[in-house]
Design a protein around this ligand. Structure first.
Ligand code: UDP
Ligand code: MG
Length: 139
């Protein structure tokens, strides 16, 4: 059975461009409910821990530098089929390949500064939600 939560971040480029509001509006309009949310800045070490799976990739250093370069919004979203439906709403990793009307097509600046994160599986959605939020922070 498909899980009903996913984890997202509004990344530093989208925060800097004042796009928190429009992105949250798209998330709500697509039928997601917010279970948890915070506005914060990651250290480089925390960004490195979050993206540990990409440690061996050539873009890892740049990615962790970028993800700690400014504040982000972290959130847990609830909806039936949350992981797949959210990946569809955000679009492809590379915004030049993202479908029209997706969050990344509308707001991403580049493949690195691509506006939002979205979990890629139910297992990772739970791992990522637990990385940012305690039980006391979920409603
Ligand atoms: N990324 C990058 N260069 C690449 C691929 C990915 O800078 O060639 C960054 C980008 O910010 C992406 C993140 O690394 O969102 C994680 O990569 P992943 O393949 O998991 O893409 P996502 O799941 O975010 O679509
Ligand atoms: Mg990913």
């Amino acid at each position: 059975m498909a899980g009903n939560i996913t984890f997202t971040m509004i990344k530093p480029d989208a925060v800097e461009a004042n796009n928190i509001g429009p992105i949250l509006a798209m998330i709500n309009k697509a039928g997601f409910r917010i279970l948890a949310m915070k506005y914060m800045r990651l250290t480089k070490a925390q960004a490195g821990q979050f993206y540990e799976v990409h440690k061996e990739r050539p873009f890892y250093g740049e990615l962790t530098e970028y993800m700690s370069s400014g504040p982000i919004v972290a959130a847990v979203l609830v909806k039936d089929n949350a992981v797949a439906d959210y990946r569809k709403l955000i679009g492809a990793t590379d915004p030049s390949k993202a479908d029209e009307g997706t969050i990344r097509k509308l707001f991403a600046k580049s493949i690195a500064a691509n506006a939002v994160h979205g979990s890629d599986s139910d297992e990772n959605a739970n791992i990522e939600a637990d990385f940012f939020f305690s039980k006391l922070e979920r409603f």
